[in-house]
Ligand binder design. Sequence first.
Ligand SMILES: *[C@@H]1O[C@H](CO)[C@@H](O)[C@H](O)[C@H]1NC(C)=O
Length: 360
Amino acid sequence: MKLWIAVAVALSPLVSAAIFPKDSHVKMLDAKGFREAMKKNETSLVAFVAPWCGHCQRMAPEYSKAAVGLHPLIPTYAVDCDADKNKKLCANQDVKGFPTVKLFPRGKSLPPMLYEQERTASGFYHFATRRVPKAFTKLSQVGEIASWVGKHETKHRALLLTKDKKVPLLWQVLANKYSNTALEFGTHRDKKGTSSAAMGLEAGGKTESKVLLYPAGSPTPIRYDGLTKLDSLSKFFDSVLDGTADLEAQLERANKKAEKAEKVEEKVKEESEEKEASEEEKEVAGEGEEKVETTKKAVEKKEGECVESCEAPPPTMGVPDSVPADADDLEKILKDSGFDDGQPEPAPAAEQKERPKDEL
Ligand SMILES: *[C@@H]1O[C@H](CO)[C@@H](O)[C@H](O)[C@H]1NC(C)=O
């Protein structure tokens, strides 16, 4: 009799609370939460579990660990299929055994992919990060930028200039998230800053990323100057889409600067033509050495001014320096985020300085 009570207690719902620890990045969803999560069009990972299932309990620490590495770019969820209110959802999702893990590449708008590999943290992590749909255009040559900008003229266009070889996961995630909106995403690798220079922007530090926004209809970009993190960039893009971003004023400044640069250039050109003309005259007349000197000086002075103002970048919104990281390695990310995997191993100072995963 006593034994039966013990078994009954062990099987009671009290056990269920423990499958994912409270401080886990794994968010429990019910049917409503699931619907809402799917509506966001984000790539997300969902584990359908039952608290009494041993495989689920063994998977939980690995899944939680993956969630730390994926946070906040790829949300990780779990659904308790043992709860009555979730049974319909689990049946609709064709859950026949526990655990069933599925990746939803773009919420409900693309069919889910069943996870059938080993249930390890790095397995989950790489499965998810490699399956974010590619919703951006990769512009390999700087010359391709102008035609891309022109081709999508009626949309807002967000362009990332990055020194990294790999398109940062954050940019992939953003492009995917906004793929059904009036925002078009592009990326260009500007390894040495030469493309930036060709576009009238400063080359920037060794690792600097730049986010440019071409407002709908404009061939001129403005430069985003906020934090290059998921939250800040999402807020900015939301404000671009709902019209609350003050793009007009920024664009006006950018255009004025470009115009001014053009005007000074023209003036310098005119004056040097005048100079040539007057030198010719002088050669003919053989007089007025002093006057030539004066004109020359004036031109030089103008040119001196031009160096400072003509070549200034049209839109000045500085992106804070960030450090590069080809952070695809889950272990490294976990270490950086202070994830305790039971093996205390302080990261070297140099490694700690590296850019976090969720930053461009
Ligand atoms: C998600 O995508 C659908 C089209 O597939 C679109 O109608 C909806 O507005 C998008 N939702 C968000 C939050 O972007």
